[in-house]
Design a protein around this ligand. Structure first.
Ligand code: NAG
Ligand code: NAG
Length: 426
């Protein structure tokens, strides 16, 4: 009887231990499985490893890139003398077409000429306004007295509006167009049309000289004001531009490149996929530059790298195609810049870190711009036309990206040596 009792107790104990072991090995490991089992690690960080290397170089960036370069002073002085205001005789200021694109720049700019052209673009009376129907975004074509034409890209956002989501999201930013012009000129990338902030009174300056086609794309809003929805690929009747309380529309006035300009348009090898999330080849293949070298000349690749640097600083991820004139790439259509000051999409620099080469002249010039000089100059030059172009956050962002750019070049030097990176004949 007592033996049966002991045996029963023993059996009970055995069962308890067995259950314990069972639960220990089946239930417990559930939460540990991902560590114990050799499953392939899921890469949450989809950025290429090159980004990590570039950030390592950023952490050890030589201090010279964080302070001002004294050699920049003379360059800045020359820029100021180009943009400082001067008395101009309208409409004589428009350059002779034979002077345009004749030397080392798209438009003449030295000795106050840039300032004179901007002033004339901002103030010349408007003789005719029409829709500029080409392209995806609402823009107008202004014909000035004196026959010069301007594109007018109206303001869609306040300066502190942050564009979230895709790098190409949102309407064009009118201030980015103008910011881009000053940035390019400060970087000595002079193949860009002049651009300036202009305010236009709708009732006084547009309606009386609007073409019939433009009038057809205007409607009155709830306050009985004339609003424009325009004519373009993405233009919609419910997405109008309306005048402010003064009856004005602000916008970027961009010099229109009329005859004799005949551009050739090319697809960028580093273009993004706009229609699906499928990655483009350059986003998957770290040897992509080798392939590009098989199809484009060294000069063209170096030009594309210059432009990727410019685009990275303003975060323009929309350079899917580019226009060429007389073997120079023109910096047209920069309105997708300055979307989000907190974002630094490093892959805009893919042409640079994948090819790891750069014109020596570009590098020498970039080295001059360190320590705050770049954005200080943009502020100084744009102040002559009296408009604030971006929030302080955007200016700080451009300086932060400049450091990342220096780090990217250091990464390339570290990987290949400066003799391979810098191309001296340009
Ligand atoms: C700007 O570029 C031109 C060539 O296009 C060059 O002659 C000039 O020296 C450069 N200026 C500066 C300040 O780097
Ligand atoms: C305008 O209408 C289109 C549909 O035609 C819609 O997709 C879009 O979101 C609307 N825009 C605004 C600002 O309401």
């Amino acid at each position: 009887m007592s033996m049966n009792y002991v045996f029963g107790f023993f059996l009970f104990l055995l069962l308890l231990i067995a259950l314990n072991i069972y639960f220990f090995y089946t239930l417990m490991p559930i939460s540990k499985k991902p560590i114990n089992f050799n499953v392939p690690s899921i890469k949450l960080d989809l950025s290429p490893s090159v980004f990590k290397d570039i950030y390592d170089y950023l952490n050890y960036l030589p201090s010279q890139y964080k302070s001002r370069n004294q050699k920049f002073q003379a360059v800045q002085k020359t820029l100021i003398s180009s943009f400082s205001p001067a008395i101009v005789q309208l409409p004589d200021v428009w350059p002779d077409q034979s002077l345009v694109a004749s030397g080392s720049s798209l438009y003449p700019h030295k000795n106050e000429v840039a300032g004179q052209i901007l002033h004339a673009m901002k103030t010349s009376p408007i003789a005719l306004v029409d829709n500029a129907a080409k392209g995806t975004q609402l823009k107008l074509l202004l014909l000035l007295e004196g026959k010069q034409k301007l594109y007018f890209k109206p303001k869609r956002y306040e300066l502190d509006h942050v564009i979230r989501g895709s790098i190409v999201a949102g309407f064009d930013r009118h201030n980015a167009e103008v910011f881009a012009y000053y940035l390019a000129m400060t970087m000595n990338l002079t193949w860009i049309p002049p651009s300036v902030i202009r305010k236009v009174n709708v009732d006084k300056e547009i309606v009386p000289v609007a073409t019939l086609g433009l009038k057809k794309t205007m409607i009155r809003n709830a306050n009985a004001k004339h609003c424009i929805y325009g004519k373009c690929f993405y233009c919609k009747i419910n997405e109008t531009v309306c005048p402010d309380h003064k009856g004005e529309i602000e916008g970027a006035a961009i010099l229109y490149l009329d005859k004799p300009f005949q551009f050739n348009v090319y697809k960028s090898p580093w273009q993004r996929n706009y229609h699906s999330t499928k990655l483009m080849e350059w986003q998957k293949n770290s040897d992509f530059c080798k392939k590009v070298q098989g199809t484009l000349s060294l000069k063209r690749i170096l030009d594309l790298i210059d432009i990727s640097i410019f685009d990275f600083l303003i975060q323009n991820g929309d350079r899917h195609r580019y226009e060429m004139y007389r073997n120079k790439i023109l910096l047209l259509d920069n309105g997708k810049g300055l979307g989000n000051p907190l974002n630094d999409e490093l892959d805009i620099l893919a042409p640079l870190y994948q090819c790891c080469m750069l014109k020596l002249s570009t590098w020498r010039h970039l080295e001059l711009l360190s320590g705050g000089s770049l954005t200080e100059t943009i502020k100084l030059l744009s102040a002559f036309q009296g408009v604030k172009l971006a929030t302080e956050e955007h200016f700080r962002a451009v300086e932060r990206r400049l450091l990342k750019l220096y780090a990217t070049v250091q990464y390339c030097i570290g990987k290949h040596g400066s003799a391979k990176v810098f191309k001296t004949q340009w």
